[in-house]
Write a protein that binds this ligand. Structure first.
Ligand SMILES: [Mg+2]
Ligand SMILES: [Zn+2]
Length: 191
C-alpha cells in the first residue's frame, strides 16, 4: 500500500489588456466609453477558461500616475470587463494595474516583471510553464524577465511593435494575428 501524492502544476496565461482584449487607445482608455472589446477575444477567454491555466490581466496604466485616470476608474474598467468575460463563459482569476509613470522607475511597469512575479507568488504559479500574451515589445520583455513564454499579437499596437522585435533581439517571439490565434497555439502546445 502506498499513497500517491499528485503534484498539480499551476500554470498561467498572463494577458495584457489594451490591444489584446480591448482596443488600444493612443491617449489611454480613460473610461468605459473608451472600451471596445476586440473580435474573438471573449471566445478565446472561454477556451482558456476550459483549460487548466489560471488567467491574469497585467496592464500598464500610466494615465493613473499622470492624473488622467482616477485609480478607482481604472480598477472599475477591469471589474466591468471581467464581468462581461465571466458572463460570456470566460474566467479571469485576477487583474492588476501598474499605475506608475515611466519616470517613477517602479518594479511593476512592463517591461519590468513585477506584476507577473506578484501573481506567481500569490497563486503559486510555475512561471516557466506559463505564457505572456501582449501587443508590445515591453510585454514580451516582461514575460521573458518573469521566465514565461511570451507571444505577440498583431492587434492593438502589435503590427508596429512586431517590426521592432529584431531591434531588441526578440526575433524568436512567436507572432499571431490575435488572441484567438495565440490561445489556439498555446493550447496546442500542451495537448
Ligand atoms: Mg497593450
Ligand atoms: Zn508600477
Amino acid at each position: 500500500m502506498f499513497t500517491a501524492i499528485e503534484t498539480l502544476e499551476r500554470e498561467a496565461v498572463f494577458l495584457d489588456r489594451d490591444g489584446v482584449i480591448i482596443e488600444n487607445c493612443d491617449n489611454y482608455v480613460r473610461s468605459w466609453d473608451d472600451v471596445d472589446i476586440l473580435p474573438g477575444a471573449l471566445d478565446a477567454l472561454v477556451r482558456l477558461a476550459e483549460s487548466h491555466y489560471k488567467v491574469f490581466i497585467v496592464t500598464n496604466q500610466a494615465g493613473v500616475g499622470k492624473g488622467l485616470i482616477p485609480v478607482d476608474v481604472a480598477h472599475g474598467i477591469n471589474t466591468r470587463l471581467i464581468d462581461i468575460i465571466h458572463n460570456h463563459g470566460g474566467r479571469v482569476d485576477a487583474a492588476t494595474i501598474c499605475p506608475h509613470r515611466n519616470e517613477d522607475a517602479c518594479g511593476c511597469r512592463k517591461p519590468e516583471p513585477g506584476m507577473l512575479l506578484n501573481f506567481a507568488d500569490r497563486f503559486d504559479i510555475n512561471l516557466n510553464n506559463s505564457w505572456m500574451i501582449g501587443d508590445a515589445v515591453t510585454d514580451i520583455q516582461a514575460g521573458l524577465a518573469a521566465g514565461t513564454k511570451p507571444l505577440l499579437v498583431q492587434t492593438g499596437r502589435g503590427t508596429t511593435q512586431e517590426a521592432m522585435l529584431s531591434d531588441h533581439q526578440l526575433d524568436e517571439t512567436p507572432v499571431f494575428a490575435d488572441l484567438e490565434d495565440a490561445v489556439s497555439f498555446l493550447l496546442s502546445q500542451n495537448a
